[in-house]
Write a protein that binds this ligand. Structure first.
Ligand code: DLL
Length: 428
């Protein structure tokens, strides 16, 4: 049941004591970096957890501005790894690790996978990207620590993925949710019966926003359990928060990070249960501690006791990012709202993109969607029926009437990494 029982079952008082002690350790270590030396000038410690409110926030902009070495909090001789987050504009953000950081991270990843039921008798196929992206290598080290036979196949080349799955009886896969749906299509095209011919039992899905409906779809198609895995390079990568078998929220590993939820506008700390921006303070990072790092991810903390016995608080599924909100003629919409509506309609395909453009000075939202041939009758009438159903349900969910365009299955662009769903074509 537990990978590190004493830590996972630590009671709340002990956890809070541990956190206070380690926030203060992180402040001390952080001040070895150029950035925090200035930022935390005059601050040496906090006296209680409430006191964290008085510490300044750290933002992605800060990371960018301190490029390349401004956040390194140890001698170069102790740093053994650099990762870089998937930024598309400006300087990338870089993250440093010591050997101890790497080892702690591997332990966290192993803890996540063990929690989901993976054991050393499993065969683990890692379809996440290796390299600067943390998805592949992060869980790779954890899987090896756990003792699974690990296949570092990386992303893409779906036929080869299936070949490995068939020949080596892969039982656990690590996969982007969008890729899990695409891979299923290849499995079908290869005339393979996923439930009979393959040995898959568990998937770890994460690195990109996805809805509960999408998880259910993956579970149904493959006949497996799919566990939501959340993380970000700035903190380490995958391994920050993970679902237990209760599958109703992700345990944030509170011995590794201290979570807060803040109002993204006022920066006021919100009580558990209220949705806002997730903020993390690292508790054990050596090469690059972060104090009150604003993730831009929107969620809420679930503090009710979980029946799995772990006292580490949970976060709800990420509902969006402060920077992915679309404003369509003044209405705020998150892409995940569109996704969950589409996923709940069986005739709708699983691949879609959202385009926003201007027409007669008004914003228009267009959803280009593949059709699921299996559940779709195929007549013009069926198509019209599906179009109306989608229009109605989307209007109810997002408050805006979208244009729906059906496209051939397999015709939408696919990414090797995280899916890009939203294309804003409005003049900026
Ligand atoms: O995506 C780390 C990761 C790899 C997590 C593999 C899980 C599995 P970054 O590339 O730095 O790191 O992107 C981090 O991705 O701030 C979220 O916006 C988003 N994200 C990650 N996991 C989830 C998830 C990796 N489970 C950014 N649900 C984060 C929703 C997620 N969004």
């Amino acid at each position: 049941m537990f990978w590190q029982k004493e830590i996972e079952l630590m009671d709340t008082d002990a956890l809070r004591k541990f956190q206070l002690e380690h926030i203060n350790k992180s402040i001390k270590t952080a001040k070895n970096s150029q950035f925090y030396k200035k930022q935390l000038d005059g601050i040496d410690k906090i006296d209680n957890l409430e006191g964290i409110k008085n510490l300044p926030f750290t933002t992605k902009e800060d990371l960018r501005n301190a490029f390349p070495y401004g956040f390194l909090a140890t001698d170069l001789k102790n740093a053994v790894r650099l990762h870089s987050s998937s930024g598309t504009t400006g300087n990338p953000t870089v993250v440093f690790h010591t050997a101890e950081d790497i080892s702690n991270w591997a332990n966290l990843s192993a803890r996540c996978m063990y929690t989901a039921g993976a054991r050393n008798t499993d065969v683990f196929q890692n379809t996440m990207g290796y390299g600067l992206f943390t998805g592949g290598i992060g869980f790779h080290y954890g899987a090896e620590k756990l003792g699974m036979l690990t296949i570092p196949v990386g992303p893409g080349n779906s036929k080869r993925q299936v070949w490995f799955m068939q020949n080596f009886r892969t039982s656990v896969m690590h996969i982007l949710p969008s890729y899990a749906l695409r891979l299923y299509r290849t499995i079908e095209e290869m005339n393979i019966n996923v439930k009979k011919d393959l040995n898959l039992k568990i998937a770890f899905i994460g690195a990109e926003p996805h809805s509960e409906e999408m998880r259910k779809k993956i579970e149904e198609l493959y006949g497996i359990k799919a566990f939501n895995s959340y993380g970000l390079s700035e903190i380490c990568g995958p391994g920050v928060a993970f679902e237990c078998p209760c599958q109703n929220g992700l345990h944030v590993w509170e011995d590794f990070v201290y979570p807060e939820i803040v109002d993204p506008k006022t920066l006021e700390v919100l009580p558990d249960g209220r949705e806002g921006e997730l903020v993390f303070t690292t508790l054990q990072r050596q090469a690059m501690p972060l104090i009150r790092y604003r993730t831009r991810d929107l969620t809420r903390i679930i503090s009710e006791k979980c029946s799995c016995g772990r006292n580490h608080r949970k976060i709800a599924r990420i509902t969006g990012r402060t920077d992915d909100m679309m404003i369509i003629n003044g209405v705020n919409i998150f892409p995940i709202q569109i996704e969950k509506t589409i996923m709940a309609i069986p005739e709708a395909g699983k691949n879609y993109i959202i385009e926003i453009f201007e027409q007669n000075y008004m914003d228009k939202l267009c959803i280009k969607l593949e059709i699921n041939n299996e559940n779709f009758g195929g007549t013009l009438q069926d198509l019209e029926k599906l179009q109306h159903k989608l229009e109605n349900e989307l209007k109810q969910e997002i408050g805006v009437s979208p244009l729906i365009k059906f496209v051939d299955a397999g015709s939408l662009p696919v990414e090797e990494g995280k899916a890009k769903r939203v294309f804003d074509l409005r003049k900026k």
